[in-house]
Design a protein around this ligand. Sequence first.
Ligand SMILES: [Fe+2]
Length: 232
Amino acid sequence: MLFRQLFDAESNTYTYLIADPNTKEAMIVDPVLEQVERDLKLLQELGLTLRYCLETHIHADHITGSDKLRAATNCLSIVPDSSHVSCANRYVKDGEILQLGEVFIKAIATPGHTDSHYAYLLNNDRVLTGDALFIRGCGRTDFQSGNAGTLYDSVTQRLFTLPDETLVYPGHDYRGYTVSTIGEEKHWNPRFVGRSRENFIELMSALNLPNPKKMMEAVPANEHCGNVIQVT
Ligand SMILES: [Fe+2]
């Protein structure tokens, strides 16, 4: 499997490029609008054909590059089944498996950060955790129908039950981490280690984080696959 972790420094977002090296079919997970030229250049340099643009969830901190990539490559835009997006070509369901040549992508419903969030398990050895689980952290739960108790259940029952050696690739990082493992996070993630569900809910409700800078434009744009609506 060809696997590349790409970074947008403005929003601290990781975008992932995954491809089958034989069939040259590719998918991009969580593309960022401002990085579409970079992604198209890389696809071209590696001789890849983009089949899917996949979202872990509807983001509040950046605008997706999905619509622009679709216009340039004719790829399919795929989003979680319960998200309020009308422009997608396809909606993933829990347990559904997408295939790219020899690469198998299993969708795992992991709501809590938002009510329609998915993690994607790749070839059973690495998981893209989106904003459900970060390295030594997790996504916030205070807007977009977020729910701390639901996130606790998603992480402890759906992600922490994967084999310990499963590699963890998050949707964001703010401290320079790139990859972890399920075993490592079960042992060292301060949001979860030694915390009951009630205790986690308390912790999350006391975070008092400011809203993301781009929230007011990002959420409506992402509900249109990243097609920015001009407000005059
Ligand atoms: Fe998010």
